[in-house]
Design a protein around this ligand. Structure first.
Ligand SMILES: Cc1cc2nc3c(=O)[nH]c(=O)nc-3n(C[C@H](O)[C@H](O)[C@H](O)COP(=O)(O)OP(=O)(O)OC[C@H]3O[C@@H](n4cnc5c(N)ncnc54)[C@H](O)[C@@H]3O)c2cc1C
Length: 422
């Protein structure tokens, strides 16, 4: 039994996984509770940390952005963030000269921007991870460069067993160890999921025309092709991130040629709106899957981020769900700690699960449905979805609801997402 074990088990937490949701949770909790809470984040990828995120960018919705602001991180992230002012959705085939626009967000006629805020910012993952790692260090989070091998409940706590055979007794382990979470499996939490026959191809491009904060999503027969506006140092507006969904079977042929051929495939889908394009980073392909844990908790164990849910990137919401989970879990743990209660009990974990279960399942189902509806070349489907989307665009109330969901503007949602302190 180490020195740590002699301290009270009830104010000690281990977060396994230094991804963006795991680090956000750690920063939020440590900032709120200071030295009264012993909090370790362990990950075999530490201390290299931020560099593994290079070339990735995420649409961070307004709610999670407000949380980053509340945690004092936004000022650092903002220079690498581009406000998304408008989202233009088209339904077309590769090579169509004209792409009919079916839905727009943020054109001044609807709810975006929300009370003066854009509905999302495109944020590069590397500076975001670097800001989170610095904030974690500043707040006194212990960053442990080891994997967590197992988490075994014992009387009054749970034993966190690291890869190097050391262990600590804590009151709660947070499994933020990604989609293939070994901790979720070891806790025998079921997983409802499947692989899509699709891959997500991500790349960063430069283009000759200014994007003016516009994001485009072209629904092509093999899947959505998104062009998302990035910040570009001195050349504002001439850089975008691509998230391109393709049938996995077609990926080797599409990306297997030389750089000019790959660029040609991107250009055919990109459209002419932003002028001439060049590749800056990538492309890299990632197999896509859907999955949701049957429960977000086991005894003294909470699932967070992709360990709890993996969704299609069609609406750019996977990380946002993980950040919303971090806000809800930080709040449930904080309520217990403020009352002098053990933060690892079933009551605390049930509060967390109740706060996130419904929204997570709703978003997972919506993104799966959206992908299925559009990843299909049939004319009948094309007609029905055209009518469907046209309808959404004509119903400002529904559109406001979608944007509100993305923005985390629900009165009963976690405080951090509303920009309030824990
Ligand atoms: C193509 C594509 C585009 C996307 N675009 C968007 C977007 O625009 N917006 C958005 O919101 N989301 C997006 N997502 C989703 C987003 O990438 C994920 O939801 C998010 O990165 C998940 O973070 P995570 O920390 O849960 O998991 P991960 O990033 O997988 O991190 C898990 C961490 O756990 C560590 N780990 C693993 N095992 C252990 C262990 N035993 N002990 C300790 N540590 C361990 C790993 O080293 C890793 O650092 C996209 C996803 C894809 C595939």
């Amino acid at each position: 039994m180490g020195e740590m074990d002699r301290r009270s088990g009830s104010r000690r937490l281990v977060v396994a996984g230094a991804g963006l949701p795991g680090l956000t949770l750690a920063v939020a909790l440590k900032q709120a509770h200071g030295p009264a809470l012993d909090l370790a984040v362990c990950d075999p990828g530490l201390p290299a940390g931020a560099t593994r995120h290079r070339g990735r960018a995420y649409a961070v919705a307004a709610g999670p952005r407000r949380m980053l602001e509340r945690l004092g991180l936004w000022a650092r992230i903002a220079p690498a963030a581009e406000p998304m002012r408008r989202l233009v959705i088209t339904d077309s085939r590769v090579g169509d000269p004209v792409r009919p626009v079916f839905l727009t967000f943020g054109d001044g006629t609807d709810a975006a921007p929300i009370e003066g805020e854009p509905f999302a910012h495109m944020v590069e993952a590397e500076p975001m991870a670097a800001a989170l790692l610095d904030a974690a260090r500043d707040a006194g989070v212990r960053l442990v460069p080891k994997g967590l091998r197992a988490a075994v409940p014992e009387a009054g706590g749970i034993r966190a067993m690291f890869g190097d055979e050391t262990s600590e007794k804590v009151s709660l382990v947070v499994a933020a160890d990604g989609a293939r979470s070994a901790l979720r499996e070891a806790a025998q939490i079921g997983w409802v999921g499947w692989s899509y026959p699709q891959s997500g191809i991500v790349a960063t491009v430069r283009h000759s025309r200014d994007h003016e904060g516009r994001a485009f999503e072209h629904f092509l027969p093999s899947g959505p092709f998104a062009i998302l506006p990035l910040r570009a140092g001195g050349e504002l507006g001439h850089r975008s991130s691509i998230v391109w969904t393709e049938r996995s079977a077609d990926v080797p042929a599409l990306l297997g040629g030389d750089a000019a051929e790959t660029l040609g495939e991107i250009e055919r889908r990109f459209g002419a709106e932003l002028g001439r394009i060049d590749l800056e980073h990538g492309p890299s392909a990632h197999p896509l899957a859907f999955g949701i844990a049957r429960s977000f908790r086991a005894q003294r164990l909470a699932l967070l981020g992709d360990a709890a849910h993996v969704i299609h990137p069609v609406a750019g919401q996977g990380l946002n769900l993980g950040l919303a989970g971090a806000a809800a879990l930080a709040e449930a743990v904080t309520e217990a700690l403020r009352l002098g209660l053990d933060p690892g009990t079933d009551d605390v974990l049930k509060t967390y699960e109740r706060a996130r279960r419904f929204d997570t399942v709703a978003m997972a189902a919506a993104t799966d449905g959206l992908n299925r509806l559009f990843s299909n070349g049939s004319m009948t489907l094309r007609l029905s979805r055209d009518l469907g989307l046209g309808l959404v665009d004509r119903l400002p109330g529904l559109k406001t609801f979608f944007i509100g969901q993305a923005a985390g503007r629900r009165a009963q949602g976690p405080r951090l997402l509303r920009g309030e302190a824990l």
